[in-house]
Design a protein around this ligand. Structure first.
Ligand code: HEC
Ligand code: HEC
Ligand code: HEC
Ligand code: HEC
Length: 124
């Protein structure tokens, strides 16, 4: 009796941990690099959905000496675009340029309605 009860509790805890880890991976919450207070709510980003649809290198990059993207396994954008980094593109612009340019292109070409308005990404 005792053993089955502990077994059931163990299973429930395991399931909770697994689903938590999974959901964190599936949908990310993006919020600056922590160097200054945010003006807008964090951005909800369905990473898994994007990763299933397109190459990782569409978003993750690391350029070689010839300026060609040699790929990147998923380092934080702020590692290179954060404030204080010697980089031509500041973090906020890096995000906006990447997210928006693609959504605008897809909307125009496929007559879709992917988020392009502030409140569609910075959801309260
Ligand atoms: C396609 C999604 C998307 C849209 C549309 C968008 N943003 Fe963002 N924005 C982001 C992401 C991603 C970040 C980086 C994560 C963060 O800091 O919230 C960001 C960061 C920011 C930041 C810096 C962080 C902060 O909160 O202070 C500001 C300010 C901002 N956006 C304002 C705007 C405004 C104003 C608009 C509308 C004109 C807008 N954004 C539209 C995705 C978007
Ligand atoms: C549509 C753009 C996009 C695509 C496609 C994409 N990612 Fe990401 N990925 C991001 C963004 C944005 C983040 C958040 C980075 C941050 O927090 O600075 C991220 C975060 C990650 C992280 C976590 C980094 C960390 O330390 O928290 C990993 C790992 C990762 N991606 C791997 C991948 C892999 C592997 C693929 C392809 C199967 C992929 N990504 C496809 C945009 C993308
Ligand atoms: C290893 C460092 C590194 C990481 C990590 C990185 N970037 Fe970049 N990124 C660069 C460099 C360097 C450039 C400038 C390339 C050039 O000079 O043309 C750049 C340029 C850009 C540009 C300008 C257009 C382009 O593609 O050249 C955007 C937008 C951008 N990054 C967004 C992001 C986003 C969003 C992330 C996180 C998913 C990210 N970057 C992660 C180094 C990095
Ligand atoms: C290279 C193209 C591309 C880039 C870059 C990109 N997206 Fe998307 N995004 C898409 C496509 C395509 C969809 C539609 C997915 C589908 O059909 O379900 C989408 C859908 C979304 C949705 C809506 C999901 C839903 O369930 O309706 C959100 C939110 C979103 N993207 C946020 C972002 C943010 C934030 C970034 C930048 C960190 C980003 N996207 C970068 C192509 C892109």
């Amino acid at each position: 009796m005792k053993r089955t009860l502990f077994g059931a509790i163990g299973c429930a805890i395991l399931a909770a941990v697994v689903s938590l880890a999974w959901s964190q991976e599936e949908v990310m919450r993006l919020q600056g690099d922590g160097t200054k207070a945010s003006q807008r709510p964090a951005v909800v980003f369905p990473h898994e959905k994007h990763a299933e649809l397109m190459d990782c290198s569409r978003c993750h990059h690391d350029y070689d000496a010839y300026g060609v993207n040699k790929g990147d396994e998923g380092r934080r954008c702020a590692e290179c675009h954060g404030s204080g980094k010697a980089n031509p593109v500041p973090l906020q612009r890096a995000y906006h340029e990447q997210c928006l340019s693609c959504h605008e292109r897809v909307n125009a070409r496929q007559n879709r309605n992917l988020p392009v308005m502030c409140g569609q990404c910075h959801v309260r």
